[in-house]
Design a protein around this ligand. Structure first.
Ligand SMILES: NC(=O)c1ccc[n+]([C@@H]2O[C@H](COP(=O)([O-])OP(=O)(O)OC[C@H]3O[C@@H](n4cnc5c(N)ncnc54)[C@H](OP(=O)(O)O)[C@@H]3O)[C@@H](O)[C@H]2O)c1
Length: 365
């Protein structure tokens, strides 16, 4: 079974290519330049893998590059700028699609614009099949269904010792220029309104941690598989910024969006280009992540779940390849789907236990 990896020359693409081979499938390395792909094949330990070259500006070549592949994992970001041509090529080639994005408005755009074409081509498309947003989407589903219909659902991210790649930094900048979406009263609307900052007690702690609003993809995906009125996603503030900033700023979005409009903001992209490509393998493995999801049903019952894991980029490769191989094996509906629509959440989490992901749900109470 052939699994294509678009953007295989990048940091995440190499991890994904290695994981495809470790799963016993045949990785096909695709990207805009043969030299990068040759180097990636050797660095990822997938020597002898098939290499195919196709740029994003040539839809026919891109579709041909996916020919004969059961699924593609797209790792070329920022996805807001680069993602859609690969989704379109996958639909044209009859190849199932997952990607590694965390960009909220891109995820929403793919749901809004590609669903009908994917469904009529018999192709499943899952944007954001990585650390963002699979653990959060699955945990929200499990916590929410315990008390559904849900009045309020809050998901909180925590991350420790995270060494961000240059590619992720570019995507974060992209997220801060485009705006955000909110989910209120059972519908999506432009975000940026008042932020609720429910105190969140993370596992192993007794005091609530400060949080900031986070423009996460789960706001787009969770209401597609859970009957819910309001969804909030927050990030533990001291995971990202020094605590004094997080005390005064309920969301980094307005501050960063304003900065991005200044010459300083426009220069940030160039600065990011000078960063190292990403953490060393040793640093990468040190990263720890956690999620807390809390739901209150319309009848007042509550439930709470926690999920913990390690190695953000390694986990992303494991999750994306698990998703791609499951789609290649058949059984998921065609169309654009959230992770919890495409797969049984408990079953997918069980498959990821070997990669250090643990979880539990308490309630209803
Ligand atoms: N959600 C998550 O948890 C998660 C985890 C990991 C990664 N990601 C996302 O995945 C993306 C990649 O991250 P990364 O760290 O792997 O970045 P990276 O090392 O910079 O790799 C980026 C890849 O995109 C390709 N690319 C860039 N511009 C292109 C263009 N115009 N045409 C064709 N290909 C192009 C690059 O091709 P060349 O090799 O030819 O330069 C490279 O293969 C980012 O958006 C990041 O946010 C998300």
């Amino acid at each position: 079974m052939k699994i294509a990896v678009y953007g295989a020359g990048g940091y995440t693409g190499r991890l994904v290519a290695a994981r495809v081979r470790a799963k016993g499938a045949e990785p096909v390395l695709v990207g805009r330049g043969t030299e990068r792909l040759r180097h990636a094949a050797s660095a990822a330990g997938v020597e002898g893998a098939e290499l195919r070259t196709a740029g994003l500006d040539d839809p026919d070549a891109l579709a041909r590059a996916l020919d004969g592949c059961a699924a593609v994992v797209n790792c070329a970001g920022p996805f807001t700028r680069l993602g859609e041509p690969v989704v379109r090529a996958a639909i044209a080639a009859g190849c199932h699609y997952v990607d590694t994005t965390a960009e909220q408005l891109y995820i929403q755009r793919i749901f809004d614009t590609c669903g009908v074409d994917a469904a009529s081509a018999g192709v499943t498309v899952i944007p954001a099949m990585g650390y963002d947003i699979v653990p959060g989407d699955l945990l929200c589903h499990l916590v929410g269904t315990a008390v559904a219909p849900v009045q309020r659902l809050t998901l909180a991210y925590d991350i420790r010792d995270f060494g961000m790649t240059r590619g992720s930094a570019r995507s974060v900048l992209e997220m801060y220029t485009g705006g955000e979406v909110a989910y209120r009263a059972g519908t999506w609307a432009p975000g940026g309104g008042p932020t609720r900052r429910d105190p969140v007690v993370f596992p192993g702690e007794t005091r609530p941690a400060k949080t900031v609003r986070w423009p996460a993809g789960e706001i787009v995906t969770v209401p597609r598989h859970l009957e819910v009125r309001e969804v909030d996603v927050v990030m533990r503030a001291d995971a990202l910024v020094p605590s004094p900033v997080s005390v005064v700023a309920p969301s980094l979005m307005p501050i960063m969006t304003a900065v991005m409009r200044t010459p300083l903001g426009r220069g940030l992209d160039k600065l990011v280009g000078r960063l190292p490509e990403g953490p060393s393998e040793e640093q990468r493995r040190k990263a720890r992540f956690g999620f807390v999801a809390e739901a209150t049903g319309t009848d007042g019952r509550t439930s709470r779940g926690v999920l913990q894991g390690e190695d953000v980029y390694g986990s992303t490769a494991a999750i994306a390849v698990e998703g791609a191989t499951r789609l290649a094996g058949g059984g998921s509906a065609a169309g654009v789907l959230a992770p919890s629509q495409a797969f049984d959440p408990e079953d997918l989490l069980a498959a990821l236990a070997g990669d250090g992901i643990t979880w539990s749900v308490d309630g209803p109470s």
